[in-house]
Design a protein around this ligand. Structure first.
Ligand SMILES: C[S@@+](CC[C@H](N)C(=O)[O-])C[C@H]1O[C@@H](n2cnc3c(N)ncnc32)[C@H](O)[C@@H]1O
Length: 294
């Protein structure tokens, strides 16, 4: 089905209301794109994080009268009669098909593959996690997730108790369980993440009893992990450091991800109070700090 899109460059403050106007004029989807291509992390639940120099893109059915759409938008106070915009016809392709084609199985480390459910596993005997893009963060394509998956792949997880702190889609929890962990506890501030993790575990044939999911503070008081992986931002990693360290058994392993290169030194200093740290691993702008609890 052919489509037509309008692209409006604006500031972060105005982007959301302009997006609403695009929906009001019949856009079937509205996307916010960082016009400067700066790294952007996922918003917290209930938060809409927009950034300076934002492109707002509205997608319309090709039969839409775009002159009328533009005329309606010109009446909005945030835009006015001379607002800058670009209207583009999109090639007639099967967009859903194309998106699916672009999401391919990916290997992490030696044994672990993340495969979309519509793709055949390239190595049926490998450790294959079936995962489709969804609402909660975590399909493996983000470097912060990739760094954690590689780390988990390199561990012997047999019979281990794992904590996935900030579980999102549950990708790391499911990967750990498929790599042989006995049990995993997933924790997330977003209830939607807990639902997604439960669904993804089910889709991967994980028995319910092997995965417990909690909102922060609801987890059992005596929770102790052999392995803890936390892919959250530097801010929570800093603020929650004593709590996170306290969840790891002496001799247990820790990986922290979601921090940028410039945040590495500060986070290493904090966690070296409790952990013997390995060298930091780096992927693009992102770092992973790992270590062993003293
Ligand atoms: C970057 S995503 C990681 C998802 C997944 N673990 C992965 O590696 O792809 C971070 C997740 O941490 C959650 N989160 C952020 N702050 C948190 C906090 N203070 N406590 C628990 N979860 C938190 C977010 O809701 C989000 O689902």
């Amino acid at each position: 089905m052919p489509w037509i899109q309008i692209r409006i460059n604006t500031s972060g403050e105005l982007a959301e209301s302009i997006g609403d106007h695009l929906s009001e004029t019949g856009a079937v989807s509205v996307t916010f794109v960082d016009a400067k291509d700066t790294p952007v992390f996922e918003p917290l639940p209930g938060e809409t994080r927009l950034w300076g120099d934002t492109d707002v893109i509205g997608l319309y059915d090709a039969i839409t009268d775009m002159k009328s759409v533009v005329a309606q938008l010109q009446e909005q106070p945030e835009l006015g009669p001379d607002f800058t915009h670009k209207v583009e016809a999109l090639e007639d392709k099967d967009w859903e098909r194309e998106w699916m084609d672009n999401f391919k199985p990916m290997r992490f480390g030696q044994r672990l593959w993340i495969c979309p459910s519509w793709h055949e596993a390239p190595e049926p005997d490998a450790v294959n996690v079936l995962l489709d893009p969804g609402l909660a963060f975590g399909t493996g394509t983000h470097p912060t997730t990739a760094l954690c998956l590689q780390w988990l792949d390199g561990l012997d997880l047999s019979d281990k108790q794992v904590v996935d702190f900030g579980c999102g889609s549950g990708i790391l929890a499911v990967a750990a369980l498929k790599l042989g962990a006995q049990h995993c506890t997933g924790i997330d501030i977003d209830p939607q993440a807990l639902t997604a993790s439960r669904d993804n575990a089910g889709r991967n044939g994980i028995e319910e009893s092997r995965l417990d999911l909690y909102l922060p503070n609801d987890q059992p008081d005596n929770l102790q992990a052999d392995v803890l992986v936390a892919n959250i931002l530097a801010g929570p990693l800093r603020e929650l450091a004593p709590l996170i360290a306290g969840l790891v058994k002496p001799g247990g392993r820790l990986a922290l991800s979601g921090l940028l290169k410039e945040q590495n030194d500060e986070l290493r200093k904090i966690y070296s109070q409790w952990f013997e740290l390995d060298d930091t691993a780096v992927m693009e702008d992102w770092c992973r700090i790992s270590g062993t609890r003293r």
